[in-house]
Design a protein around this ligand. Structure first.
Ligand code: ADP
Length: 684
């Protein structure tokens, strides 16, 4: 008796199979039907080679449910087995093979699961007893019946069977009653056997007759023996591909493009991959690429086999060369599997490239839907980036498309700053950022529309890949600082005036949740807006990226930081400044001179104390410093108060702030209400 770490012996192998494979119980049906299909195909081969001269007859594999006797029977007209063959293929492999195998892999439950995931034994996952009634195609062969109840002992008897082939009779156990339900079997056949290469019939077709479902004489064939991917691409039309797509994914819209894969060296692989039109993330999760092995469905978990970004595609891949009964981590490190992934990537890129070249118009029309896949591919795979950079597109705010190179040529002359950096301007929302886009266009700049799901990381990638290039959102600075071409004209106000002006606005900024404003004064020209709000590219980008990357949640917590830029050239701003000077100039004068006096005193104190060691500074001196600071702060508060009292009643300050907020969609609730009322009052 053999003993392994997981306590498996030949005597109790069946319970082990049951336990380990619990989640995959249903695959028994795939195994039984594919054995039947194999036996049938062997029969065909023998006939083709002339080694079998009799009638092949109808080769349909039949799956029949007998709910009364609790059996599920899979019958074929394949090669059948002689008694010796049963012994060799079923008994030996089933029993002695297990022993060797368990000895070898006794420490590795995964390998055991992998091994037993396939094969005839899986029948015991769902059956109390399994019978094989079979008759070999060989001349004079006698029918035999083999039966086994899951213990290692089995019986072989003579049997009555007129036809060549095998009936596998599964006596379904009580805890697997689901496999006696017609619907369940129908859906399993649909999942695993839909494209097997030999006709498979599940009972008979039914029809409505006299208000009842009645069986007809016609077989209920559940599969398509020649699925589209097995056919020669040149014989197929667009309609065929679309039709097949809808067979696979009934609820989907037409696909954007497809790629028919067909290789036989250095590995065997066929299939059709579709670029779907994605309406929601749910579509991405629900519909997956299906992996087949010689038309037998294996899995729709293709991670590791297909490059990561292509798992978003739909379709089928069929390859007998993908090792299936190994663990996923092994699969990912397997060289052949890597080759397959590389091949698929190359094929997909080639196909996209040729569609782009041959029919750019159509390609552009589909770009918005296609973009997600291509961006994801470029982000996740270097070799795909290298290919895709030739057919990836930029779209501008006017809906025009450019390749990366074309776009660079377009903006090179006008959008290079004085440091030689090429600045790509973009908007993420045409409506929200309308006036910023317009002011960029007025300068003759081009603005990209980057509103896709993956544009944030894609922009960072481009900045790394492109030389001397930066991406700036149109509202991230005033137009002259977005692309700095020459030193910007300073505002002509002195520091006191600048300070008075910005204080007036700062004192009236409403509290906005999760937003912080700084106020600055700039000379933007008479025709520019009096007040605009900008949002620093850097902080905004960090916050955006933090949504994609873990470990950056720090940024996500930070408030959005905006700048309220006052245009010192604008008549309204000038007017406010004059008015402010007239109304509070007198009141401010003594305060400002007091502040200056205190500031001078403070810096003298700092200077004298900085020459001394800390222990040399007397208490008196310390008090002096503290008192001066206090006095200075008091004066500053006083100044703030004077300005705030003034600004509070200045409708133009409020109106300008609100207009700037409104332009950025930040004016809401009571502030919006106040703005509307004030506006109405101003019109009156
Ligand atoms: P595998 O199919 O991977 O070889 P199985 O455990 O499923 O392993 O089957 C073992 C063998 O039993 C097969 O290789 C085949 O020779 C024989 N066999 C199983 N089912 C049938 C069948 N329906 N008709 C003829 N031979 C069969």
């Amino acid at each position: 008796m053999q003993k392994g770490n997981i306590g498996v012996t030949t005597e109790n192998i069946f319970p082990v199979i049951k336990k380990f494979l619990y989640s995959d119980h249903e695959i028994f049906l795939r195994e039984m039907v594919s054995n039947a299909v194999d036996a049938t195909q062997k029969m065909k081969t023998l006939a083709e080679k002339g080694e079998f001269k009799g009638e092949l007859g109808d080769l349909t594999v039949h799956v029949n449910l007998d709910e009364k006797n609790k059996t599920l029977t899979i019958s074929d007209r394949g090669i059948g087995m002689t008694e010796e063959e049963i012994d060799k293929y079923i008994n030996q492999i089933a029993f002695s093979g297990v022993n060797d195998f368990l000895n070898k892999y006794k420490d590795n439950a995964n390998a055991i699961i992998g091994h037993f995931g396939l094969g005839f034994y899986s029948a015991f996952m769902v059956s109390d007893k399994v019978e094989i009634i079979t008759r070999s195609y060989k001349d004079g062969a006698k029918a035999v019946k083999w039966s086994c109840d899951g213990s290692p002992s089995f019986e072989i008897d003579e049997a009555e069977k007129a036809e060549r082939g095998s009936d596998i009779i599964l006596h379904i156990s009580d805890d697997c009653k689901e496999f006696l339900e017609k619907d369940r079997i129908q859906s399993l056949l649909n999942k695993y056997c839909k494209f097997m290469p030999v006709k498979i019939a599940f009972g008979k077709k039914t029809e409505w007759k006299d208000g009842k479902q009645v069986e007809t004489a016609e077989d209920n064939v559940i599969n398509d023996v020649e699925p589209l991917w097995t056919k020669t691409p040149s014989t197929l039309k667009d309609e065929d591909y679309k039709k097949f797509y809808h067979e696979l994914y009934p609820m989907q819209d037409d696909p954007l493009f497809w790629i028919h894969l067909n290789v036989d060296y250095p590995f065997n692989l066929t299939g059709i991959l579709y670029f779907p039109r994605i309406k929601s993330n749910i579509d991405l999760q629900r519909n997956k690429i299906q992996l087949y092995c010689n038309q037998v469905f294996v899995t729709d978990q293709v991670e590791g086999i297909v490059p990561d970004f292509l798992t978003l595609l739909h379709g089928v891949i069929d390859s007998p060369d993908i090792p299936l009964n190994v663990s996923r981590s092994y699969l990912q490190s397997d060289r052949d599997v890597k080759k397959i992934a590389t091949y698929i990537t190359k094929k997909v890129a080639d196909r996209l490239n040729s569609i782009f070249k041959e029919n750019r118009k159509e390609y552009e029309e589909k770009w918005d839907d296609l973009k997600l896949f291509i961006n994801y591919g470029m982000l996740s795979q270097e070799d795909f980036y290298d290919r895709a950079k030739d057919f990836a597109l930029f779209k501008d705010v006017d809906g025009k498309y450019f390749t990366l190179d074309e776009y660079k040529t377009l903006i090179k002359d006008n959008q290079t700053d004085k440091e030689g950096q090429l600045i790509y301007l973009y908007a993420t929302n045409k409506e929200d950022q309308y006036s910023y886009i317009e002011s960029a266009k007025d300068k003759g700049y081009s603005v990209l529309l980057l509103d896709g799901q993956l544009d944030v990381p894609t922009v960072s990638m481009f900045e790394q890949k492109f030389e001397k290039s930066r991406f700036m959102r149109v509202d991230s600075d005033i137009i002259d600082r977005l692309i700095v071409k020459e030193d910007i004209k300073k505002n002509e106000l002195d520091s006191d005036q600048t300070d008075n002006l910005s204080s007036a606005f700062r004192s009236q900024m409403p509290q906005i949740e999760k937003a912080e404003f700084s106020v600055e004064v700039q000379s933007l020209g008479e025709n520019a807006q009096p007040v605009i709000i900008t949002q620093s590219e850097y902080m905004r980008r960090m916050k955006d990226i933090s949504r994609y990357q873990s470990g950056m949640s720090f940024y996500a917590q930070m408030p959005d930081s905006y700048s309220l830029v006052l245009n010192s050239d604008h008549a309204l701003i000038k007017g406010i400044l004059d008015d402010e000077n007239a109304k509070c100039g007198e009141a401010l004068k003594p305060v400002i001179s007091e502040i200056k006096g205190q500031q001078a005193r403070l810096s003298a104190l700092h200077q004298s104390q900085s020459k001394k060691k800390p222990e040399e500074i007397t208490q008196e001196e310390k008090d002096d410093l503290a008192n001066t600071e206090k006095a200075l702060n008091e004066q500053r508060d006083k100044k703030k108060q004077i300005i705030s009292d003034y600004a509070k009643d200045n409708k133009i300050v409020h109106q300008l702030i609100d207009l700037a907020l409104l332009q950025n969609g930040m004016l809401k609730g009571s502030a919006l209400d106040a703005f509307i009322k004030r506006s109405v009052a101003l019109i009156k």
